[in-house]
Design a protein around this ligand. Structure first.
Ligand SMILES: Nc1nc2c(ncn2[C@@H]2O[C@H](COP(=O)(O)OP(=O)(O)OP(=O)(O)O)[C@@H](O)[C@H]2O)c(=O)[nH]1
Ligand SMILES: [Mg+2]
Length: 611
């Protein structure tokens, strides 16, 4: 595509509509030093760094925001924007500051900084149902996956890699924020950039907002792809307005979010989208050290009937090599074979390259971390250590443990997912919660919406170590189940005052603990005998769990409870004992109860302070 053509996308400096035809004397002169950073150049031109990076790319220079470019490169950019560059006198040069900044950064990163190379980005596509995520993935794949030999089948391995202007980009094959957040909940940050697909005929929808909040919670930058612009009813401006309302201000409107209009169906705008992806990747300054042993993340896994356990991994640091000993989640193995995204055998995989691997002991889980180690012994040690870490991982945040977590320094920001019956309830609740910030903890509503609490909400809470507040709303069954697995606290309220009051108390460590009953065991009465003057004891057989002295007990006769009290005596043969476990017989006395009958059942329980 012609250079001039693309330059049209760049917002031109205000005073310069006629730069090309203007006489040299009218062109504004900008003084620049021998070298300066991209950011400095952007400041001088009073435009966004993204615009500078884009222009540099068009000139064949890949530079990130902190990179120092020379006078010639800067002058070329300045000219494109209709100004004239002129060397600045030495003394006034601002480069000293830049250089020291860079040096500081390198010192900060210490040895780690040595050997770091730019790596290509890993991208996830998100957006509302039917807005064209899958179609876009396919369009990118069809147009940009490196050509395979005739007849070979491109296989879906969970991720693929494309090449744009000699630069690589990796795409995760599973679109949607659910998969993205599920991985994050298990500690894996895979995605560098997310493409938010919004259909121009439908606009910003609930799951668009969800996707925005999921990406934000993860700190992953967003590029907007306004899709389906081939449709007659497409309305890009409406989408832009709605995005602005959602807090995403696109470049064209003075913000810094890159936005590209596309049609996945007509394969329109795809090259622009990919080029812009590279620009944002440059801004992110993604680095990895290919010389190190590999680290990566599992993005897909399964069992092949003939090949055994298979996993697709994305290497995010180091280089993965055939023959490497690797630990992947709770399993390990030696790398027997590796295939790239077009099914070709490869011997190594560099950072941000998806490969399918063979040789693992068992099937790992999506989101598991891969680490290359020196040998089997190191592999076993690492697996042990991971297991321990898993067990010791601080429990998730709940209202009851919140204060402890704050005191222990585990929580600096309380992330809340707020679901309410109607939109009208959300703002007042958000406002009230906003006033709860204490010096130590910030209260942040990272996602809010109307409707039931969903699995996606639970995953977001889990990944963000947050809790869910439902206002006049219900939890979906799947969400409730997932919440108990993930240890996510869901609180339901129907009065705003109570909601705010509970949170305030929790933040101050004053929340009354909720007592819950924990069953300890069951026993059957097989005999009744006298144990004191008037007291009766039951000869019981412990069928389940255990019975201990002092524990609470209920006596059941069929469906009816005939007593609730505590275990006052516990004997085995003639001896007083503290505890008797399932499978043994013993004598049990229940305080203030002397009316046992053979066939009664006893239930033992204790109360615990819990959420
Ligand atoms: N006209 C037009 N139709 C499109 C375009 N992109 C996608 N579609 C159609 O929109 C529908 C949904 O596209 P998908 O790619 O399946 O959407 P999705 O976001 O993956 O949907 P889910 O996976 O269900 O969330 C399909 O019928 C596509 O053919 C486009 O650019 N133009
Ligand atoms: Mg789809």
């Amino acid at each position: 595509m012609a250079k001039e053509n693309r330059a049209n996308n760049v917002s031109k400096p205000v005073e310069n509509e006629t730069a090309s035809s203007a006489s040299a004397s009218k062109v504004q002169v900008i003084e620049i030093p021998h070298a300066l950073s991209v950011r400095q150049l952007a400041d001088l031109l009073q435009i966004s760094s993204i615009s500078v990076i884009k222009q540099l790319m068009r000139n064949g220079v890949m530079a990130n925001i902190n990179q120092v470019i020379n006078y010639e490169m800067a002058a070329a950019v300045i000219a494109e924007f209709g100004y004239k560059a002129q060397p600045k006198s030495q003394a006034a040069s601002g480069l000293a500051g830049v250089a020291s900044g860079i040096k500081r950064r390198q010192q900060l990163q210490g040895e780690e900084a040595v050997g770091l190379r730019s790596r290509s980005p890993i991208v996830t596509i998100m957006g509302h149902v039917n807005h064209g995520k899958t179609r876009l993935l396919d369009a990118i794949r069809q147009t940009n996956v490196m050509a395979t030999e005739a007849g070979s089948i491109t296989q879906h391995i969970g991720a693929y890699q494309v090449e744009v202007n000699g630069q690589k980009i990796a795409f995760l094959d599973t679109p949607g924020h659910e998969a993205f957040t599920a991985m994050r909940a298990h500690g894996a940050r895979v995605t560098d950039i997310t493409i938010l697909v919004v259909a121009a005929d439908d606009g910003v929808m609930p799951q668009t907002l969800e996707a925005i909040n999921h990406a934000r919670a993860a700190g992953v930058p967003i590029i907007v792809a306004i899709n389906k612009i081939d449709k007659p009813e497409a309305n890009s401006d409406m989408v832009k307005q709605q995005l602005a309302d959602a807090g995403l201000l696109i470049e064209e409107w003075g913000g810094d979010v890159v936005c590209v209009a596309i049609s996945a169906k007509e394969k329109q705008g795809i090259p622009e989208l990919l080029e812009n992806l590279l620009v944002v990747a440059e801004m992110e300054d993604l680095k990895a050290n290919p010389a190190k042993p590999a680290e990566g993340v599992v993005v897909e896994a399964g069992l092949d009937k003939t090949k055994g356990p298979l996993a697709t991994v994305l290497v995010n640091n180091g280089t993965l090599r055939l023959g490497d000993t690797i630990v992947v989640g709770a399993t390990w193995g030696r790398l027997k074979a590796m295939f790239n995204d077009v099914g070709k055998r490869v011997r190594k995989a560099k950072p941000a390259t998806p490969v399918q691997i063979l040789g693992l002991d068992s099937v790992p889980q999506v989101g598991d971390a891969l680490t290359a180690v020196a040998g089997e012994r190191q592999a076993r040690t690492l697996m042990e250590r991971r297991k321990l870490e898993m067990e010791q991982r601080p429990s998730s945040v709940s209202l009851t443990n919140l204060f402890d977590q704050i005191s222990a320094g585990h929580v600096k920001e309380l992330n809340i997912i707020l679901k309410a019956d109607v939109q009208g309830s959300i703002e007042p609740i958000k406002d009230s919660l906003g006033q709860l910030d204490t010096g130590e903890v910030r209260v942040a509503v990272i996602h809010s919406g109307t409707g039931n609490i969903t699995e996606s909400d639970v995953m977001l809470a889990s990944a963000s170590k947050g809790l869910i507040i439902g206002f006049n709303t219900d939890s979906e069954t799947g969400a409730r189940r997932l919440a108990s697995v993930e240890g996510v606290d869901i609180r339901n309220y129907d009065v705003i005052y109570n909601l705010v009051d509970d949170l305030e108390k929790a933040l101050k460590g004053m929340l009354e603990p909720v007592s819950v009953e924990v069953t300890e065991g069951h026993a059957e009465v097989r005999a009744v005998f006298s144990s004191g003057k008037k007291e009766k004891a039951a000869g019981v057989y412990v069928t389940e769990g255990k019975v201990s002295r002092g524990t609470s007990a209920r006596v059941w006769r069929g469906e009816q409870m005939v007593a609730e009290s505590t275990v006052s005596s516990l004997r085995r043969f003639k001896d007083n004992v503290k505890e008797v476990v399932a499978g043994y017989e013993c004598g049990v006395g229940v305080k203030d109860f002397n009316d046992f009958q053979v066939g009664d059942t006893l239930e033992f329980f204790r109360m615990e302070n819990k959420r």
